[in-house]
Ligand binder design. Structure first.
Ligand SMILES: [Zn+2]
Length: 223
């Protein structure tokens, strides 16, 4: 029932350098303009109090710096992605520095590739995929017994959209002679399957020509 009673302003909590609310004792609904979509919308007293007294935004910001509830989720998602990409960028820089320290270490080379791909998956942009592939090849030369270099080559090709090259690289990673952590081998196998199945062909096609009796017959109630 108290939702209709006026919401008092706690002036001590306001950042009101211009005294915009100094003559006001309670919050009134007001019209604001969303800074994202540019549309006018009603700012309820509850939201005003939240923005001003909890978030401690300046009172002046209510005039030109608010975002409507429809735009808020997209804005939050954008901020989240930005924070993630900043972290991914820092990680890439750190990996590049580590590679400079140990230029012959295949693990350092592959760490750069991994960090680079993580960043590209967050922020797609034009990149020299060839240079990343070259790094995985260099790592492969240092240790031909491991599956990781061709695995990461496959990941680069896959992101670049080179389906055939990605397929061949994952197959190479899974060659019997190569060693690789089992989780990565599983991932390589999953990726091979995904590459072999075009996304459209989700409907299963069955060829029942042979009528093999191996499968348990689902139609056992025939007349
Ligand atoms: Zn909006």
């Amino acid at each position: 029932m108290s939702s209709r009673s006026p919401l008092r302003i706690n002036h001590a909590k306001l950042r009101d350098a211009h005294g915009l609310l100094s003559r006001q004792a309670v919050y009134f609904p007001c019209t604001a303009v969303c800074r994202t979509c540019g549309k006018g919308f009603e700012l309820t007293p509850e939201r005003q109090r939240y923005l001003l007294e909890v978030r401690r935004n300046p009172v002046k910001s209510l005039l030109n710096h608010v975002v409507c509830l429809r735009c808020l989720p997209a804005l939050r998602e954008k901020a989240r992605l930005h924070a993630l990409s900043v972290r991914a960028h820092q990680r890439l820089e750190a990996c590049i520095a580590a590679e400079r320290e140990a230029p012959d270490d295949p693990k350092a080379m592959l760490a750069v590739v991994e960090a680079h791909l993580a960043l590209l998956e967050l922020v797609p942009r034009e990149t020299s995929f060839e240079r990343l592939v070259a790094r995985t090849r260099r790592a492969a030369k240092h240790d031909a017994s491991r599956g990781e270099p061709p695995y990461w080559e496959g990941r680069v090709h896959q992101l670049a959209g080179h389906v055939g090259a990605a397929y061949a690289a994952f197959e190479r990673a899974l060659e019997p002679g190569r060693k690789m952590p089992s989780a990565w081998a599983r991932d390589a196998r999953r990726r091979l399957e995904a590459l072999a199945t075009p996304p459209e062909s989700s409907t299963e096609t069955r060829f029942d020509e042979g009528s093999e009796p191996d499968e348990p017959a689902s139609s056992s109630r025939e007349g």
